[in-house]
Design a protein around this ligand. Sequence first.
Ligand code: SF4
Ligand code: SF4
Length: 472
Amino acid sequence: MTSMHLPADAPARRARPQVTVSIEAFFVRHRHRLPWVHAAMFAAFVLLLLVPPLTPLPGEQDGALDSYRLFANTVLWGVWFPLVLLSAIVTGRSWCGLLCPMGAASEWANAHGLKWAIPAWVKWPGTPIVSFVVVTIWAQTIGARDHVESSAILFGGVMALAIAVGFAFGRAKRAWCRHMCPIGLLLGVYARLGAVDFRPKRPAPGGDRWTEATACPTMIDLKRKTESRHCIECFRCVNPRAGGGLALALRRPGAEIEQIGRRNAGLAEVLFLFLGAGIALGGFLWLVLDSYQDFRLWAATTAIRNGFLWIGESGPSWLMAVFPAEREVFRWVDFLTITAYMAGVMLLTASALSATTALAAFLSGRLGGHGTFRRRFVELGYQAAPVAMVSLLLGLGGELFGTLALVGLSPDAIRALKVLLFAGGVVWSLHLGRRILAAQGVPGLRAWPPLSAGSFGAVLLGAAWYRAILFT
Ligand code: SF4
Ligand code: SF4
């Protein structure tokens, strides 16, 4: 029997497959080389983000192989971003621990910094959600996916913030990576779907806890670890020869969410799943729907009629796209309406998903489901994870499909791939919902009413995405 069948809190050493032992041994043996990997990634960061704005604009007919600007943009948004997102399903937050130059720079700054106590506003569970929403909207208003200058501002700004937070707060830790990073939140929540886990060899009861008295850079109380969200897979807690610490375990993707009742489920994460799917949808819909153009026109006319003439002027280039040479200049009316439209779609989506999940939690309770309504709601909220991930891939990682077209995939094949991805997400969400309901004490046919209510949310999301799936 493989370790994936072990209960969440079982010692990881029992019956570990050879492949797991070998992977663990490899990373422990080469752990000391990680600073070199981070330095190489920092150089790649400079080459892909800071050098392109210094190169000439591409010609009208240029492709990714003719212009360094276009090449860097394709690598960043068409390869790196979608692949990092997808990697969470396979290897959890391996990007964070093994490759990310931002987290490494933040930790380096921390070692030389002020080491102030981490303030409550940083530790607030809503902080990374706000950070994700702000960065996602900001990326749209500055046109980060179309302009290399904007990508440099976006990632350079986030890198500067990561270093500043690392310099100011915590002791030999990554306060930024645990509490504030928008990418870390994204990868962390989806790492729960992933096939990689680090489990205590001698688990202590009591559930997950945050502590600074630990060797873990993301402040996990190692013996009490049950969730994958904050583990950046740095291997620092792993020593194959020691009886304590953590050990690598491979598991069936989705296994952690199936047992979410015992894996430190959190309302903030569920809200992030709903809001994240909504903001990705908003980021796509404002570009394609006439309703956004109508809203923009209405906002501009109303503002001008009331004397707010500045709404027609353009603002600073760190806040909105101002590229006259490329014939794209956003004005305050664009900045304000894009922000409002995306926020509106996000809130509508989150409300719809909350309503269907609340109905599922209510029905689960009526059919004998354990626990309070809030607990059932939070647990059932995680069934949206696969479908929310596909939403993020279509909305924020959509350039991947452009890259697939560049390497020769036909439009029909790309459309089929999108349909397959969304259908796969819905089926996986249904499967997770069924397992979560069974764990709540609502197995078999009795689970159908709450399962149908929960899956209605996925159907609504699919209906909202149909244009992206079928027509782009
Ligand atoms: S949390 Fe953010 S900054 Fe930290 S390692 Fe992950 S992606 Fe990089
Ligand atoms: S739990 Fe271990 S592998 Fe995971 S982040 Fe903490 S020290 Fe690194």
